[in-house]
Design a protein around this ligand. Structure first.
Ligand code: PGA
Length: 251
């Protein structure tokens, strides 16, 4: 059994005060649920305050990015051990990092290894763009992203790595993938590649989330799919009531 994760990716949104306000409202609304991990990935500037505010809740924190070096002359970057002070998870390879900030598979491979070495669980994002989807290249693109990102990365039990399948054309567009086609892609492409890299036993334990325009009204249709172990939620995670409905939709 894989424990589902419902992850909020706040991107470049919320000051520290706004983040604290969200958490206050969300924890009032949300009935704590067993068997679901709730993860919030705020901007770095809100991590310390949220870390204190979340003591005694079952909500965990994640970073939205990090650098692959532990220290040194890397102006503007944040290291794995800096994140580890507050976080259990770190999102790596989000399509916005790949496209806007030109992060390569090679760099992501180093970041994944560095995260695991610091005992942070990466939420490693993969997904095809619209043209790749239309030309039937999705499987090939995702396969390359997974193999290049994960080569040589020491995944020992499966519980320390999370994959997020996020079709780029579905991110922030209101156009989500059909739950069935996301499920098929995870079953036929993502999980066999993970099995090839780490063995079937470990691959079966790796949580694979869906991301791309998940909202309260469609969340349950994704969570009904056998291969989908939760969601990475952007826009709909900014509102405590909407995010709570998504968490409560886990079956
Ligand atoms: P979205 O973003 O839910 O706003 O589509 C998802 C993501 O980018 O992780």
């Amino acid at each position: 059994m894989r424990t589902p994760i419902i992850a909020a990716n706040w991107k470049l949104n919320k000051t520290e005060a706004q983040a604290l306000d969200f958490v206050e409202k969300f924890t009032q609304l949300s009935h704590p649920r067993t068997g679901v991990e709730v993860l919030i990935c705020p901007p770095f500037t809100a991590l310390s305050a949220l870390n204190k505010a979340l003591v005694g809740t079952n909500i965990t924190l994640g970073g939205q990015n990090m650098y692959c070096e532990q220290e040194g002359a890397f102006t503007g970057e944040v290291s794995p051990s800096m994140l580890k002070e507050f976080c259990k998870y770190v999102i790596l390879g989000h399509s916005e990092r790949r496209t806007i900030f030109k992060e390569s598979n090679h760099l992501l491979n180093k970041k994944l290894a560095a995260a695991l070495q610091a005992d942070l669980s990466p939420v490693f994002c993969v997904g095809e763009n619209l043209e790749e989807n239309k030309t039937g290249a999705a499987a090939e693109v995702i396969s390359t992203q997974l193999r290049a990102g994960l080569v040589g990365v020491p995944v020992n039990t499966g519980s320390e790595l999370v994959i997020a399948y996020e079709p780029i054309w579905a991110i922030g567009t209101g156009l989500s993938s059909s739950p069935e086609s996301a499920n098929t892609l995870i079953r036929n492409v993502i999980r066999p590649i993970l099995a090839g890299l780490f063995g079937r036993h470990i691959a079966d334990k790796i949580r694979v989330l869906y991301g791309g325009s998940v909202k309260a009204s469609n969340a349950e249709s994704f969570f009904r799919q056998e291969e989908i172990d939760g969601a990475l939620v952007g826009g709909a995670s900014l509102d405590p009531a909407e995010f709570n409905k998504i968490v409560q939709a886990v079956i």
